[in-house]
Design a protein around this ligand. Structure first.
Ligand code: AMP
Ligand code: MG
Ligand code: MG
Length: 273
């Protein structure tokens, strides 16, 4: 794909505006007040009208602007989570919510857009609501101020609504000074790059490729690492298994410290075929 830098940058520019439009949809559904919540596989796997409308909006816009995307789809794959943090959205924890558009090339996450529709929502009138963070591998990430947790501080961010014994065993093994339980994969990566947490630890299946593609690209663009609990990278080819079956471990710095602390029992339980 000789024109890949040009195609990638056009795709990133479109993904940026498409994610902002999806963020508008997510805000307006909440404002209208009818979320029309559907349980997909169970009470902890929800979908709302905002998930559905944002998905339609993103897919229709990208398909219109990039009719050839399916032709180059073998190499260039777009992973979309129209609303990450649905559970928190239904509970009014609005700053946990993001719209995620990730771009993978030859199986690697290389570009990502994270729109946070309710950023600043507690700041009161006058504050600009919402923001968009984006990044490309080899170029950097933009739309936020990169900060690190002070050296030696182990602050772990993890799930608030999909926890289980493996998750808590792994979090405890990190010997954290502090644990932050929040919703959304996108939101947790924002915490890493803004210096609020030093590691995202989720030792369980549950997260999907569309949860991690955009966050991974942005994190990697600023020198961080997202992998499974064994330290193995995920791949994002079109035919890959959707489930991140061996969990998620992500850091901006010191990946090896956290990887070395994952208990053997957790690794054994999350062995993949
Ligand atoms: P969380 O940190 O719990 O907000 O999860 C991050 C992403 O993974 C969200 O999109 C969740 O919906 C998804 N996820 C994690 N665990 C599960 C699960 N057990 N069932 C369904 N989705 C999950
Ligand atoms: Mg999600
Ligand atoms: Mg979602």
């Amino acid at each position: 794909m000789s024109s890949s830098p040009a195609v990638l940058m056009r795709l990133m520019a479109s993904a940026f505006s498409v994610a902002e439009k999806a963020g508008d949809v997510v805000r307006s559904v909440l404002k209208a007040g009818d979320l029309d919540v559907v349980a997909k596989t169970g009470a902890n796997d929800l979908q709302t009208k905002a998930d559905r409308l944002a998905q339609q909006s993103i897919c229709a816009s990208l398909a219109r602007k990039f009719p050839r995307i399916t032709i180059i789809g073998e190499e260039l794959v777009v992973w979309v989570d129209p609303l990450d943090g649905t559970k928190e959205y239904t509970e009014g924890l609005l700053d946990h919510v993001t719209v995620l558009i990730g771009v993978a090339y030859e199986g690697r996450a290389i570009g990502g857009v994270i729109n946070q529709p309710f950023y600043n929502y507690e700041m009161g009138p006058g504050a600009v609501l919402g923001r968009t963070i984006w990044g490309v591998l080899g170029l950097g990430a933009f739309g936020f101020d990169l900060r690190e947790v002070p050296a030696g501080q182990h602050i772990v961010t993890t799930t608030r609504s999909h926890s289980n014994k493996l998750v808590t065993d792994c979090v405890d093994a990190m010997r954290p000074h502090k644990v932050i339980r929040v919703g959304g994969a996108g939101n947790k990566i924002i915490q890493l790059i803004e210096g609020k947490a030093s590691a995202y630890v989720f030792a369980s299946p549950g997260c999907k490729k569309w949860d991690t593609c955009a966050p991974e690209a942005i994190l990697h663009a600023v020198g961080g690492k997202l992998a499974d609990v064994h330290g193995n990278s995920y791949t994002y080819h079109r035919d890959v298994q959707h489930m991140n079956a061996a969990g998620v471990l992500a850091t901006l710095r010191d990946f090896d410290y956290y990887a070395s602390r994952v208990p053997a029992s957790v690794k054994l339980a999350l062995l993949t075929a």
